[in-house]
Design a protein around this ligand. Structure first.
Ligand code: DAH
Length: 344
């Protein structure tokens, strides 16, 4: 290193030793290591040197820069340590004070219910099949045996998009068609899936209805699937979900995509079937719609209904969550109000 560089180094390090607070330290850094600082200046001189001097000069300046950077870091650390020691001594820092609790996130109540549902069905051999949120009109309705002028379309006020025939799915049932076509290999393979996802309906938002909500659809296709399979499977699910002693009942109902169709109730777990406000004093809570897959739907999925049969169901996780926790207003679910979310 040349003598002048050595002198500069001594000067700089000496000046650094004099820095006793943040301000002077920063000023030193600007002076030596800054954009227009001493190091930069020296670097700029390289171009004006004879070629053979450039390399040794560059190396020397780099060494200078390194030495200053290291010294700076060390000084910074020393000042911080000294401040900490002073604070401790003066009692400005009470290390016996309990720490502030850290806010940790939690799972949304719907997510908790969904995961519980997934786990139970997974134990029974059901895989999760993710269908799409943006559907076509055909799959959402027509292929599910709901023709254009069928009165059941009134039950589902639909969000239409600007694309013709492209809508937001109003239920997870169209996933049945997609699962059959996708997994069935031309109607030759059995299927056992659940299809969870968000559904959308163009409705007035009230304490009891929202424009978006989850459903978990279930679909089983096989060669000899019967109503007793449906009843046994759903009962097993309900016992895991609502307790071993939970009674389940099946009520005749109507859905265009199942025949016969049933509504599934469990005994009210809030009053043990005695009758309360939540179950409207009936002792029963409705948890799902279900039925044997309609032959037309089987055919639309690529299966021969004389050889194959199946059952399906659709349940609402938000509804289950509402019942479980006695939540009074469904609008809380997507309002993102921390006071609601933090209760779960
Ligand atoms: N898709 C129906 C709804 O949104 C629910 C449903 C009923 C699904 C019966 C099914 C079923 O798979 O078999 O109200």
């Amino acid at each position: 290193m040349s003598d002048s560089l050595q002198t500069l180094t001594d000067e700089a390090l000496h000046a650094l030793e004099q820095c006793a607070d943040d301000d002077s330290l920063q000023a030193w850094k600007v002076k030596y290591l800054g954009q227009k600082g001493v190091v930069r200046d020296l670097m700029n001189k390289i171009a004006s040197l004879p070629v053979e001097e450039r390399k040794p000069y560059g190396l020397a300046v780099n060494g200078f820069k390194e030495a200053l950077s290291h010294a700076y870091e060390a000084r910074l650390q020393a000042l911080q340590d000294a401040k900490l020691a002073r604070d401790l001594e003066e009692g400005a820092l009470d290390i016996t004070m309990p720490g502030r609790p850290r806010q940790v996130g939690g799972l949304h109540p719907s997510t908790q219910t969904l995961r519980q549902i997934y786990a139970i069905w997974a134990d029974m051999g059901f895989q999760v099949y993710k269908s799409r949120d943006v559907e076509d009109d055909d799959t959402n309705f027509t292929l599910l045996n709901i023709p254009p002028h069928h009165p059941a379309r009134d039950m589902q006020d639909t969000f239409y998009t600007t694309e013709p025939n492209i809508i937001l799915r109003t239920h997870t049932s169209p996933g049945q068609i997609r699962a059959m076509r996708d997994l069935g290999q031309g109607g030759t393979q059995p299927i056992r899936v659940i299809l969870p996802g968000m559904c959308y309906r163009y409705e007035q938002i009230t304490p009891r209805s929202e424009v978006q909500f989850h459903q978990v659809e279930g679909l089983v296709i096989g060669r000899n699937i019967r109503m007793s399979d449906l009843k046994g499977t759903i009962t097993a699910f309900a016992r895991r979900m609502f307790g071993e002693q939970a009674a389940v009942r099946f009520r005749a109902s109507y859905f265009p995509f199942t025949e016969p169709s049933m509504e599934i109730d469990v005994e009210c777990f809030l009053c043990d079937g005695q009758g309360c406000r939540i179950c409207k004093h009936s002792g029963w809570l409705e948890i799902a719609g279900s039925g044997m897959v309609h032959p037309t739907v089987l055919r639309n999925g690529g299966y021969d209904p004389t050889q194959w049969s199946g059952f399906a169901f659709g349940m609402g996780p938000e509804r289950m969550t509402i019942l479980k926790h006695g939540i009074e207003d469904i609008r809380y679910f997507w309002a993102n109000d921390i006071r609601f979310l933090e209760q779960f």
